[in-house]
Design a protein around this ligand. Structure first.
Ligand code: FAD
Length: 319
């Protein structure tokens, strides 16, 4: 993979982020002859590079691998003429047009439009064993991975709406769903709690935190259980399970635009209805950075397409 250096300092479109939203925006912008520049950031390929099987991205009859899908998107974006820079953007000034950004390497670039596709990061427990089994039994996305747990036992960690929704969603596949929560009551809305408690497949372990994901690495890596610590007594216990879904929230990557763009609750970038336009004309936001609802590769790609088309229209109106 060749990393280009910054040579021309002004662009019509700068895309920040190399997940499905960023690459799709790049493909559309490049094919509209806008000569986009795309910054990959510190996670080239985005969140799908930390998963394995992807079965719900349309166009592939067989299961594909997340990192492979992102390599294909990168190659496609480059093939149609995107200039891809392997750099992280350190700061962005959207107060005046042209917009100005500074890279981690200290170079300054300007752009007529910016597409913010910086994504989000799932919040993890922070255990080494969690990292070891990510994509091999540990997930942060029930919509993405629930289907792989048909007839199996799963654990969901968390106590908010997301955790309860994910637990209920997983009952469509799993034989048994155990919600593990560190306190003695949930934060989730009452109606969700009622559904959860009434579900015959669900049980809740209160006052418990996972301090180790248990598994085997031979012949294939897989999760076999979790070690729980009672948050009141400190006592340890083991719980057998086939999968662990961490549902303790997502953090949208908005550091570049805080105080500049309007954000919505949860810190996601606000966009106009049916649009990727942000509160600053000429700045568009696509993908998980602005999506607190769907958070899927295909929806991120769709929003990336919209952002490029809207940037193109914006440029046409302001030329
Ligand atoms: P992201 O993929 O989050 O990418 C963000 C990009 O922004 C990265 O390239 C990062 O380097 C870059 N960036 C951030 N800040 C900066 C900066 N300052 N400068 C430059 N670049 C920056 N979805 C599915 O549809 N199917 C699945 O099977 C599936 N499985 C998943 C499994 C896991 C474990 C996870 C975590 C997610 C999964 N998802 C799945 C969700 C999917 O990955 C996301 O919805 C999707 O990646 C969002 O795309 P995005 O382009 O918005 O951002």
């Amino acid at each position: 993979m060749v990393s280009q250096s910054v040579s021309s300092s002004h662009s019509k479109v700068i895309i920040i982020g190399s997940g499905p939203a960023g690459y799709t925006a790049a493909i559309y912008a490049a094919r509209a002859m806008l000569e986009p520049v795309l910054f990959e950031g510190i996670q080239p390929g985005g969140q799908l590079t930390i998963t394995t099987d992807v079965e719900n991205y349309p166009g592939f009859a067989d299961v594909i691998q997340g990192p492979w899908l992102m390599e294909q998107m990168r190659a496609q974006a480059e093939h149609v003429g995107t200039r891809i820079l392997s750099e992280h953007v350190a700061s962005l000034d959207t107060t005046h047009r042209p917009f100005r950004l500074v890279t981690e390497g200290g170079e300054t670039l300007t752009a007529d439009t910016v597409i913010l596709a910086t994504g989000a990061q799932a919040r993890w427990l922070g255990l080494n064993s969690e990292e070891d089994y990510r994509g091999f039994g540990v997930s942060a996305c029930a919509t993405c991975d629930g289907f792989f747990y048909r007839g199996k036992d799963v654990v969901v960690v968390g106590g908010g709406n997301t955790a309860v929704e994910e637990a209920l969603f997983l009952t469509n596949f799993a034989a048994k769903v155990t919600l593990v929560h560190r306190r003695d009551k949930l934060r989730a809305e009452r109606i969700l709690q009622e559904r959860l408690f009434a579900h015959p497949k669900v049980s809740v372990v209160w006052n418990a935190a996972i301090d180790e994901i248990l598994g085997v690495s031979e012949p294939v890596s897989k999760v076999t259980g979790v070690r729980l610590q009672d948050t009141v007594t400190g006592a340890h216990a083991e719980l057998a399970t086939d999968g662990v879904f961490i549902a303790i929230g997502h953090a949208p990557s908005t550091a570049l635009v805080e105080g500049q763009l309007r954000l919505k609750s949860g810190g996601y970038v606000w966009t106009a209805p049916d649009s990727t336009a942000t509160s600053v004309p000429g700045v568009f936001a696509a993908g998980d950075v602005a999506d607190d609802v769907f958070r899927q590769a295909v929806t991120a790609a769709g929003r990336g397409c919209m952002a490029a088309l809207e940037a193109e229209r914006f440029l046409a109106q302001h030329e």
